[in-house]
Design a protein around this ligand. Structure first.
Ligand code: IPM
Ligand code: MN
Length: 346
């Protein structure tokens, strides 16, 4: 019989609540012969306050023992900004070489969008996850004085760009529209931008069926609002990807439905799946959070591990649930989780 061993990190705030529903749906969708083993980890603000630790080398060793990681959300106003972001989330992404940060955007029928009309939105952003300005490569001198100078150097390696660009081409090739857009800012960031552009073109020669396109990141934000249907797969650097995926979430149903995967495609390390939203301390503990983004992240997790049928069932359940939502009274986190679990098992 098969087994799926999952590291579960509920984290802070609504993370606890949405992860419980994600696991509920996961248990409901898995075939009988798959043995699901979960191990919970207590990372987050509470542990940081109690021990001063965010993520230790021993923690990483224990996480490594699992097939995948499901994360709720990490972050709390009681912890200074940057401590958990750098010390936990980014540390995990870097340690496990999550170089493909996958963020699909799909506007499901019946779901509201601030955009005019009812645009077709169905694209996926392949955001580079381990380089760019996220590496902590910078510093400041004369700190705290009027003469302070600070740098954040964007790191771009040919190796790092090529592997994420290849991943994006393969994803575009597998989709009906077979279209890939590179988003960068190569008119200003000429060194990194030209490296990205050259590699993008070179790898493209191996994918003659994929049509390609280039947009500066500022122009991309316009088209994401005025013509989101033009996008199929987007590949971009870490920081541009961070920004445009929040915009993408905003136009395609909001962060309540935005899922993401921090993927190590070669499966050398476990990949980590998480809703794009944060811990939302303002609504924590009230069963108000929408667990849909976590449930869709579970679908990405299943797809990564080869459970395509089960992932499809979750996507279909979410689509059906969202289609009916407008006619229903507002439901709690648990009620939405129950409804989705019932749909995937029914
Ligand atoms: C995200 C978040 C993180 C990022 C932060 C919390 C470090 O905004 O997952 O998009 O910038 O990648
Ligand atoms: Mn972000």
């Amino acid at each position: 019989s098969r087994s799926l061993s999952l590291a579960v990190i509920p984290g802070d705030g609504i993370g606890q609540e949405v992860v419980a529903e994600g696991l509920k749906v996961l248990s409901a969708v898995l075939p009988q012969d798959v043995k699901l083993e979960t191990r919970e980890f207590d990372f987050g603000a509470k542990r940081y306050h109690a021990t001063g630790q965010t993520l230790t080398d021993e923690d990483l060793d224990r996480l490594k023992e699992h097939d995948a990681i499901l994360l709720g959300a990490i972050g709390d106003p009681s912890v200074p900004s940057g401590v958990l972001e750098r010390g936990f989330l980014l540390k995990l992404r870097f340690a496990f070489d999550h170089h493909v940060n996958l963020r699909p955007s799909k506007l499901f029928p019946g779901v509201g969008t601030p955009l005019a009309g009812s645009p077709e939105i169905d694209f996926v952003v392949v955001r580079e996850g381990t380089e760019g300005p996220y590496t902590g490569n910078g510093g400041s001198i004369r700190t705290g004085t009027p003469q302070e100078v600070a740098t954040e150097v964007s790191l771009n390696t040919a190796f790092g760009i090529e592997r994420v660009v290849r991943d994006a081409y393969a994803r575009a090739q597998a989709r009906p529209r077979k279209k890939l857009t590179l988003v960068h800012k190569n008119n200003v960031l000429v060194h990194a931008g030209h490296l990205w552009t050259r590699i993008f073109q070179a790898v493209g020669a191996e994918y003659p069926e994929v049509s390609t396109d280039y947009l500066h990141v500022d122009a991309a934000t316009i088209f994401l609002v005025t013509q989101p249907e033009r996008f199929d797969v987007i590949v971009t650097d870490n920081l541009f990807g961070d920004i445009i995926t929040d915009l993408a979430a905003a136009v395609s149903g909001g962060i309540g439905v935005a899922a993401s995967g921090n993927i190590n495609p070669g499966r050398e390390f476990p990949s980590m799946f998480e809703p794009v939203h944060g811990s939302a301390p303002d609504i924590a503990g009230q069963s108000k959070a929408d667990p849909t983004a976590t449930v869709l992240s579970v679908a990405l997790l299943l797809r990564h591990l080869g459970y395509d049928t089960e992932a499809d069932r979750i996507d279909a359940a979410v689509q059906a649930d969202l289609a009916e939502r407008a006619d229903l009274p507002v439901r709690s986190t648990v009620e939405i989780g129950d409804a989705l679990a019932a749909r995937v098992s029914g």
